[in-house]
Design a protein. Structure first.
Length: 428
């Protein structure tokens, strides 16, 4: 495909997905084209004169391809304009159930809606910096370090009860009304890791990517933009953003236990991993990323979905897919997050294709290692008693095992039924 044809096709896609008026068309051309020609405004005028009402995307592409003005842009010796953003589709969103978000115009109205005083609102927002040595009564979060599978540490930031109730109300009545992209499967009602895996079952090639420190990478400006799009005033947006973000205060010795990149993210205002409002806000903040990557996958005749920080693109076409990693990495950076390149994978059909622990080679199925480990635990509980088997200290070990069995059953009914029979024979 030559540069002229590539340019006209993609510019037509951009034009098709915005409002059919002069300022919108010219604006999107400026945003997505490098070295915009001086007479681009004339091209937009000519297009609107020919089509007063938005035509089909193919008609726009045909006009741009035949335009003498556009052809002149690609004459030998001319500075050729170039498309700088290639993921152009904007699929329709699915609106989460729930009423419209409440109308709140002032900080005082927000405090009243939350059933707290303005002084308490100011205290919970915590926009001033406190020392890490401050008493626990003056801190709104409790911290817990847990070990990841790779041996590194993850910090869980759990809000205390009063702040958690505030965040829950913000989630229930505001954030839950925000449209969720169809490709997002994590933390969304009616979707799960299983629905995420089903999208890619039986594909020839899987391309797996991971967003580095997803929650910690979604910072103040991204969260504030979510509330701004809902139409809230500047003051209300600041307050809502402050209530749903957090800057970690740890002693130097505690910070040294984390890697340098993680430390810097935690010091900035970000979505705390442990707050009830954070998962849905992460989906809302990454909505544009989902649109762009979904559009990119569509133009590559591939499928895309995301579960929290787990990005998957799959295809049945044979080609060298290594070009995709830097392209997706650039899109992620443009949207305010970064890829963890150590976790990027290309998995072919002759290998075990596993997404979030689910095998998808032919159909979704439970991973054999997961099944064997759970079966061994149940067998030990039946033979030797439950005492001693709860090695990770689950508060309700019985419910924990039952939940894992139901997960297996959702993927493989036969294997799940076998585990259920063992579970029923345990002397609780």
């Amino acid at each position: 495909m030559n540069k002229h044809l590539f340019f006209t096709r993609h510019l037509a896609m951009w034009f098709f997905h915005v409002d059919w008026r002069f300022t919108a068309l010219l604006g999107v051309a400026i945003q997505c084209v490098d070295d915009v020609p001086d007479d681009c405004d004339n091209l937009v005028n000519e297009l609107l004169l020919l089509y007063p009402v938005k035509p089909a995307e193919s008609d726009i592409a045909a006009y741009l391809m035949s335009s003498v003005r556009v052809r002149r842009w690609f004459n030998p010796g001319a500075v050729h304009p170039a498309i700088t953003r290639f993921n152009l589709d904007s699929p329709k969103s699915v609106v989460c159930p729930g009423a419209e978000h409440p109308v709140i115009n002032t900080v005082g109205e927000l405090a009243g809606w939350l059933n707290i005083s303005t002084q308490e609102l100011d205290w919970f927002m915590n926009l001033w910096r406190r020392e890490p040595t401050a008493s626990r009564e003056l801190q709104h979060y409790q911290y817990q370090l847990i070990e990841k599978r790779d041996g590194r540490l993850r910090l869980i930031e759990s809000p205390k009860n009063r702040l958690k109730r505030i965040q829950r109300k913000i989630y229930d009545e505001i954030i839950a009304t925000i449209p969720v992209h169809p490709a997002a499967h994590g933390y969304c009602k009616g979707r799960s890791c299983v629905s995420h895996a089903v999208v890619h079952q039986g594909k020839q090639t899987l391309l797996l990517f991971d967003i580095a420190e997803c929650f910690q990478s979604i910072r103040w400006p991204m969260v504030k933009a979510v509330f701004k799009k809902l139409g809230y005033t500047e003051g209300v947006c600041v307050c809502l953003t402050a209530l749903c973000t957090h800057s970690v205060l740890l002693k130097p010795g505690q910070f040294r236990m984390l890697d340098s990149g993680h430390r810097e993210r935690l010091k900035q205002r970000h979505l705390p991993q442990g707050a009830p409002s954070s998962p849905a806000l992460a989906n809302a903040a990454l909505n544009t990323l989902d649109k762009r990557l979904s559009g990119l996958a569509h133009h590559l005749d591939a499928d895309y979905s995301r579960y929290a920080d787990d990005i998957v693109i799959s295809s049945d076409h044979s080609r060298d897919w290594r070009f995709l990693e830097p392209l997706i990495g650039g899109i992620c950076l443009d949207e305010g997050v970064a890829l963890n390149y150590r976790k990027s994978r290309i998995i072919k059909t002759h290998q075990k294709q596993r997404i979030v622990g689910i095998v998808v080679n032919h159909r979704v199925n439970i991973d054999r290692k997961y099944f064997d480990t759970l079966k061994a635990t149940l067998m030990n509980c039946r033979r030797h008693g439950v005492v001693g088997q709860n090695r990770h200290g689950h508060t309700d070990f019985r419910a924990h095992l039952h939940g894992k069995i139901q997960y297996v059953k959702s993927l493989n009914h036969t294997r799940g039924h076998k585990l259920e029979q063992i579970y029923k024979e345990i002397n609780w």
